[in-house]
Design a protein around this ligand. Structure first.
Ligand code: HEM
Length: 140
């Protein structure tokens, strides 16, 4: 991530800070609809549109990403516990991190519109890939 990338990521996260639950929930719903196999990790959730659990989980995931955006220089440390959780407890196949990342990008594009410039897109792509590789670190 370049200095410019970091600035763009932090700007978008600040602008989105009052919509974390909404953006997170929309990203999850997109993931469940577009890649239905991801639903198998959430057998205990009510996956209907707008459910309490989707909104609550959306808030958790988006908040984790916003926190990561504040720690771009030490992502491994910032995401260490989440990395343990996904690798050892949840055993989420790392392939799925890419799917959720892609859904997050679409949600941002929908909401930011023309402000989701190619530069912001590129910066987020790098950021979400970096998050995904930290979350997948413990599998090796
Ligand atoms: C739980 C973040 C990707 C499946 C969580 C939690 C967070 C989180 C913050 C809550 C942890 C807690 O309660 O302490 C993320 C981030 C991701 C990501 C930042 C990538 C950008 C995924 C993917 C899947 C997944 C791709 C599966 C398709 C789960 C499950 C839980 C969980 C099943 C437990 C839900 C529950 O029972 O409450 N994740 N996650 N995660 N995550 Fe992820």
């Amino acid at each position: 991530l370049t200095t410019d990338d970091k600035k763009l990521i932090q700007q978008v996260c600040e602008r989105s800070s009052s919509h974390l639950e909404q953006f997170g929930a929309e990203a999850l719903e997109r993931m469940f609809t577009t890649y239905p196999q991801t639903k198998t990790y959430f057998p205990h959730f009510d996956l209907q549109h707008g459910s309490e659990q989707i909104r609550g989980h959306g808030r958790k995931v988006a908040t984790a990403l916003a926190n990561a955006a504040k720690n771009l220089d030490n992502l491994s440390q910032a995401l260490s516990e989440l990395s343990n959780l996904h690798a050892y407890n949840l055993r989420v196949d790392p392939i799925n991190f890419k799917l959720l990342s892609q859904c997050f990008q679409v949600v941002l594009a929908v909401h930011l519109g023309k402000d989701y410039t190619p530069e912001v897109h590129a910066a987020f792509d790098k950021f979400l890939s970096a998050v995904a590789s930290v979350l997948a670190e413990k599998y090796r």
